[in-house]
Ligand binder design. Structure first.
Ligand code: WTA
Length: 672
């Protein structure tokens, strides 16, 4: 959330004009002025069908579409009647047009030698990718996977993770990638919901010198599901060579792919065939599977990647290497490591490990080693870098950088300025990209050669995005007045549904804002626009918190806590956190016979990690005899947020509070 210190207010009024392409040492800007952006934006809103059809013409189609858009709110169909394949457009097309030997994926593993040099590095060309993807696709087929079967992928950041995604896309089997930091229980929930017959995993994954036991987590998830498990096969890649158990469902990635044929034609898919499912937190305890489909997602992610980061292929004078530090387990990795990058023919860098292993200079060494030109990360990482000290970025040559991106949460102006000055040499434009799992790609973002930027603002809408600040009746808010982030027209990469739950799709996104009977997309964020039309994101409207740029439902954490024998009732809220942006605060009523203690806090933190994953561990746990509730029995979360933020002077209206003594107790320094 943009903070309100005097300094930040001053910075808010500070405008940074886009630099010239020469100043950052890059190729010409694709969109080189604000006027050019405005003209294209207007065209995309006034004539979306011809705008997107022109772009779609640059992709490979087996059969051209009949209709660009069919819109029957909230259901959109883009490019109906057309058939295409995302994997073909990412990989085969580059091979067929004579670029087979160009680098497609540049990978650096985490381990380093005694002298600090990475020991595991690989570059895969488009031809290599085509071979490996085809082999794996044939393995999937040999396991009985056909079009429409959902494949779960739970792997570390190795090239085979991208290969797995592309192999699924090649045969029309939607993937569901689960972040490697999630626990066995989280895997079980997602695999059961998707009814996956197969899980692709690794023995382990490197993270800060330690091995994350991925295969063991998969084994535990399958055990948890017991007789209800839909899983028939687990294909396991050897990465860390840690001890794993081997059961009758298991098969070996290396053995199977070695004997598979490298010939696997791309399946001809309908534009609206499902490309993937990605689970994300909402305001209930159960994560929802966001559905994305083929053509619209492909075209929108490739187009947004191109313009937001000014991607120019090597043979057109680009000489670029793009690095997004996200994990493929999140939408950012799907869209801006894999699907948005490969069609643009700019190499995408994948890094396996932690940002501070073996040194806090690791990221900058990677930028230097691979001459990274576009760098894309989260504000939480930037805040950690600031804390670790300027000597680390100063120890590396960062002069290759052209564009710097951020994503996942609002960036505080201090972090924005540091990023620009210490990483971007005071010249690289910062693209603060606002978007969501549901939007598929960037919806509000500066374009590096066109948009004047202000620290903390994600600025202006992407092409085709009819974004507005609205009230529930669809009226547009006045300048600098807060309201709901709303999108009034369909766009190609919009979510097509919540897997298996039509009602939740409608309730969550299409029931909050409407005008003249027409529902609008409500993103679930509060926002405002300033006098220049720039958007400022002001936080979520629901019970979702943004911890280190990762979405977490407070109800999910509450359900995890109450599943522990020591907890009668739990309320979870966000609290300000120096590095994470938002931390997790849990207020807990212990069960009879359980004493509030540090040991119990530790046990509860470990329990949450087991139920969800380490990212959900509470930063603060407070025990209390009772939670503050309204007379109708609702937990007063606003009040708990103030208490968690350390607000000693609570002035919120407490007239509806059931028992005032509860607040008095909770506000005491330590309630144990
Ligand atoms: C938040 C991540 C402010 C927002 C791509 C959104 C942001 C949620 C920004 C989506 C940004 C993302 N500025 N807030 N630049 N980017 N958010 O689905 O609350 O993991 O609704 O997608 O993150 O998170 P998700």
């Amino acid at each position: 959330m943009p903070d309100k210190s005097i300094e930040s207010v001053l910075q808010e009024t500070r405008i940074f004009n886009p630099p010239s392409a020469k100043d950052v040492g890059g190729p010409n800007w694709l969109i080189a002025s604000l006027d050019q952006y405005k003209k294209m934006y207007k065209e995309s809103i006034d004539h979306p069908e011809s705008f997107w059809a022109n772009i779609a013409n640059d992709f490979h189609w087996f059969k051209k579409w009949d209709t660009v858009l069919e819109w029957n709110a909230p259901d959109a169909k883009w490019f109906s009647g057309g058939t295409t394949n995302v994997c073909y457009n990412c990989v085969d097309r580059q091979v067929d047009s004579g670029h087979g030997n160009d680098p497609a994926i540049i990978w650096e593993g985490e381990p380093v030698s005694d002298t600090g040099t990475p020991t595991d590095q690989r570059t895969l060309t488009y031809k290599d990718l085509q071979t490996e993807v085809s082999k794996l696709a044939n393995v999937l087929k040999s396991k009985g996977i056909t079009k429409g079967d959902i494949v779960t992928i739970y792997m570390g950041m190795v090239p085979e993770l991208a290969i797995a995604m592309l192999a699924c896309a090649r045969i029309g089997a939607p993937h569901s990638v689960i972040f490697g930091g999630f626990s066995a229980q989280a895997i079980a929930d997602r695999v059961s919901d998707a009814k996956s017959k197969i899980i692709l995993t690794c023995d382990g994954s490197w993270r800060r010198g330690k091995i994350v036991p991925l295969k063991k987590n998969v084994d535990d998830a399958i055990k948890t599901m017991a007789n209800d498990s839909p899983v028939e096969h687990v294909l396991c890649l050897g990465r860390c060579h840690n001890d794993i158990s081997w059961g009758k469902l298991d098969c070996c990635w290396k053995e199977e792919t070695e004997k598979a044929s490298a010939d696997c034609p791309c399946e001809e898919l309908e534009s609206e065939d499902m490309l993937f499912l990605l689970y994300t937190s909402g305001s209930t305890g159960k994560p929802k599977g966001i559905v994305h489909t083929t053509a619209g997602y492909m075209i929108f992610t490739a187009t947004t990647a191109k313009y937001t980061f000014n991607l120019v292929p090597h043979d057109q004078g680009g000489n670029q290497t793009f690095w997004c530090t996200a994990d493929c387990g999140w939408i950012t990795g799907h869209s801006y490591i894999v699907y948005g990058l490969l069609p643009n023919r700019v190499p995408t860098l994948m890094y396996e490990g932690g940002p501070d292993h073996p040194t806090p200079a690791r990221f900058w060494q990677i930028v230097d080693r691979h001459k990274v030109t576009q760098f894309y990360t989260a504000p939480t990482a930037i805040r950690a870098f600031m804390k670790w000290g300027d000597q680390h970025p100063e120890s590396a040559d960062l002069s290759s950088l052209q564009v710097l991106g951020t994503v996942g949460e609002p960036i505080n102006p201090e972090a924005w300025m540091w990023y620009r000055n210490k990483i971007g040499r005071g010249v690289c434009p910062i693209v603060d990209t606002y978007w969501q799992t549901e939007t598929g790609g960037h919806i509000i973002t500066p374009l590096p050669g066109a948009t004047p930027t202000k620290p903390g603002s994600c600025t202006l809408p992407m092409f085709g995005i009819d974004a507005a600040v609205c009230d529930e009746a669809g009226n547009v808010a006045k300048e600098n007045v807060g309201g709901l982030m709303t999108i009034r027209k369909p766009w190609p990469a919009m979510l097509r549904g919540v897997y298996g739950d039509r009602q939740r799709f409608i309730n969550t996104y299409w029931s909050t804002v409407s005008k003249d009977g027409q529902p609008y997309y409500a993103a679930g964020d509060n926002t405002r626009r300033d006098e220049l039309g720039n958007f400022w994101i002001m936080g979520r409207t629901d019970d979702v918190i943004n911890v280190s740029g990762h979405r977490l439902g407070t109800m999910e954490v509450e359900s995890a806590l109450v599943s522990h024998e020591s907890v009668v009732e739990a309320a979870v809220v966000g609290m300000p956190h120096e590095i994470k942006g938002t931390g997790v605060a849990a207020f807990i009523t212990p069960a009879p016979g359980f004493e509030a203690s540090d040991e119990l806090k530790q046990a509860l933190r470990a329990h949450v990690a087991k139920e969800i994953g380490a990212i959900a561990k509470p930063d603060l746990i407070r025990f209390t005899g009772a939670l503050p509730k309204t007379r109708s029995g609702k937990i007063m979360r606003r009040l708990l947020r103030s208490i968690a933020a350390g607000d000693t002077n609570i002035t919120q209206d407490m007239s509806t509070l059931e028992d005032l003594s509860v607040v008095a107790k909770l506000s005491e320094k330590d309630e144990r």
